[in-house]
Design a protein around this ligand. Structure first.
Ligand SMILES: *Cc1c(COP(=O)(O)O)cnc(C)c1O
Length: 375
């Protein structure tokens, strides 16, 4: 059996090696390392894939969130409602800009923001909502957009984990994740569903005016070189990464299908385990399975993790400490007990290996190892 990793990036590269190597060589031969033609082409191709009017590439997914908030002119004193059960990046950029993060709880099934709790957390200072499409499923965007409209708020989708997922509205219409809010951010960190070979990120919007503002913030606050209209940052996707992403983008649907296939294998194998809840599927969103995350409800999560690791199966806790209890965010921390679902999930979740390259032998070993722990 091939050794099992959380994510097998080498195996994935081997399948596209010829094309990727040629693309990298082409960028080097042309020396168009910054803002080369591959960046523009990739932006267009990703916009077309996603059904978004504009894609603006940038340096990483954390920058993308910060740029979105700068383009919306969010200021110290403004409040942004987001999830605490997420990667810290969302909260970090809010902190960097002096904005106040306000945490809403998540739903125990999908792990995504609870629209009812968002509404409870709105104050006169609230300016934006940042739903995180956690582990590959789109948050319940229809009620979230309705709440935003009612209260005059912006919605920034953190789409770092669900690129390629589709959300269905009550009238049957469909949109890709990242094409629903006013702005969306994503990350091309190597282990993400659409990963590059270094750092990368992008912003999505359907609004022409916001697209202009986002592009300006990315580019030192400038539209005309050496004339700076606003305070900006330097955040670019380099041409090498864009060239690699242009090869991987046409594979994204197949990659997400491979993840779903592994997830279905897991689901079937764990169906009889009373202490294990397999990922609950949203009724509105397809699943991109950035992570396959179990809830272990009998207090044996850490024991299962140790058992897996002792048998050659890596497993990770995403996330062991929620943002509202992190030491770095003391000044904006919410008290322990204030987000009961979030806090319970940090004690119960366990993510199993998930990648496009898991084979039958590996999946069988992983599921047998989980089942033997509870036998
Ligand atoms: C990965 C991730 C980010 C940050 O992306 P980087 O490219 O690593 O900066 C932000 N939010 C979520 C939910 C993520 O998973």
């Amino acid at each position: 059996m091939k050794p099992i990793q959380m994510v097998d990036l080498v195996g994935q590269y081997q399948r596209i090696k010829t094309e990727v190597d040629a693309a990298i060589q082409r960028v080097i031969d042309n020396a168009a390392f910054i803002n080369g033609p591959d960046v523009k082409e990739f932006e267009k191709e990703l916009a077309a894939y996603n059904g978004s009017r504009h894609v603006i590439a940038c340096a990483n997914g954390t920058d993308a969130l910060q740029i979105a908030m700068m383009a919306l002119d969010l200021k110290p004193g403004d409040e942004v409602i987001t999830a605490s059960f997420t990667f810290v990046a969302t909260v970090e950029v809010v902190g960097l800009l002096g904005i106040t993060p306000v945490f809403a709880d998540v739903l125990p099934g999908t792990f995504n923001l609870d629209p009812a709790d968002i509404e409870r957390k709105i104050t006169p200072r609230t300016k934006a909502i940042v739903p995180v499409h956690l582990f590959g499923q789109v948050a319940d965007m229809e009620p979230i957009m309705a709440i935003a409209k009612k209260h005059g708020l912006y919605v920034i989708e953190d789409n770092a984990q669900a690129i390629g997922a589709t959300y269905t509205f009550a009238d049957g219409s469909k949109r890709k994740s990242g094409a629903i809010g006013h702005i969306a951010s994503t990350s091309f960190f190597p282990s993400k569903n659409l990963g590059c070979y270094g750092d990368g990120g992008a912003l999505f919007t359907n609004d022409d005016d916001l697209a202009k503002k986002l592009r300006r913030v990315c580019n030192h606050g400038s539209e005309v070189r050496y004339y700076h209209e606003v305070v900006g940052v330097n955040s670019r996707l380099d041409s090498l990464q864009a060239a690699i992403l242009r090869i991987k983008l046409p594979q994204l649907d197949a990659y997400n299908a491979a993840r779903n296939k592994a997830a279905a294998f897991y689901d079937t194998a764990f169906a009889g385990l009373p202490a294990v809840q397999v990922p609950v599927r949203s009724t509105r969103s397809t699943h991109a399975f950035h992570q396959y995350t179990l809830r272990v409800t009998d207090g044996r999560r850490d024991g299962l993790k140790q058992h897996l690791e002792a048998n050659g199966v890596p497993a990770m806790i995403y996330y062991p400490v929620s943002c509202h209890l992190q030491r770095a965010y003391k000044s904006v921390r919410a008290p322990e007990g204030s987000l009961p679902v979030t806090e319970q999930l940090t004690r119960e979740v366990l993510s199993l290996p998930m990648s496009t390259e898991l084979d039958h032998e590996q999946l069988t070993h992983i599921t047998n190892t989980v089942n033997s722990f509870f036998a």
